[in-house]
Design a protein. Sequence first.
Length: 314
Amino acid sequence: MSSLIIAPIKLFPDNPKIKFMRLGNFGYVLSVIAIILTVVLLCTRGLNFGIDFTGGTLIEVRFEQVPDLSLLRKELEKTVPLEVTIQRFGSANDVLIRVGLDKTKTSQNDIVEAIKHKLSSVSQGGIQYRRTDVVGPKVGDELIKAGALALSLAIVCIGAYVWFRFEYQFSVGVSLALLHDAVLTLGFFSLTQLEFNLSSVAAVLTIVGYSVNDSVVVYDRIRENLRRFKKMKMADLIDLSLNETFSRTLLTSSTTLLAVIALVWFGGPVIRSFSMAMLFGIVIGTYSSIFVGGTLLLLFDFKRGETTEAVKQK
C-alpha cells in the first residue's frame, strides 16, 4: 500500500527578494512624519484618560429589566452635577456608569449613595451593583507615573539585553524601534480618543514585547549572515536577512491579527481599548521590525567584525 505524501502549503515565498533598503528613506520619512503628527495630537487633543488616571467613580450595574440609557443619563445629570458617562456593558441589562472627579468638598461615597438612590427610584425592576470603584486624584497621578516608568524600564531593559546579546548598534536600533511603536500607539489613542486606562498601558507594553520579538529574529538572521557573507554589501545583506525572515514575520502577524480581530469583534467595550490598541500595534510593530529596526543599522554605519558571541567562544 503506497503512502500518501502531502506537501506543505506555502502562503508566502521563502525568499521573495524584495529590496527593502531601497525603501529605507521612505520608511524614515514616513516614521518622522507620523511621530511629528503624534506629538501635535498629544499637545492639542491629548489622551482621553479614564477614571484610572483622572480619578472619579465607576459603578457597574445589572438591571432586572433593560434600562433606558437616555432616561438614566438625564436623571443622573440632575442628581449629580458632574460629567456622567453611561454605556452598556456586555448584555443589554448591564450598564457601566462613570462619574468624573468631584472637585468640591462632596465625598465620592456620598456621590455613590446619591446615584444608587436615584437608580432605585427610576428603575422598574431589581438592581444588582456588581462593582463600585472610587479613584482619587492622587492615585491617578501615581498610576500615570507608574505607567510611564514601566514603559521606560521595559525599553531600557530590552535595549540592555540586546546590547549584551548582540552589539550596541543593534541595541540602539531595537530601542528606537520600540520607542517608535510606543509613541505611535499613544498617537493612535489621541487620534481615536479611545479611553486610556490601565488596560491601555498593558496594551502598550504588550506591543513592545511583540515588536521586540520580531526585531530580535531579524537581527539574529543579520548576525548569522554577517558570518556567512563576509564580502556582501551591508545593504544587500540586510535585504537578504529581511527576505529570509519575511514569511515568518507575515505568518506570525497574520495569525496574531486573527486572534486580535476576534477580541475586537466579540470582546465588547470592557477590553475595547486594549484590543484596538493591539490591532494597531501588530501592524505598526511589523512595519517597524522591517523598515525601522533593520534599516537603522545602515544609519548607524554598522561595521563588520566579530560579534560579541563569536568573541566569547574563543
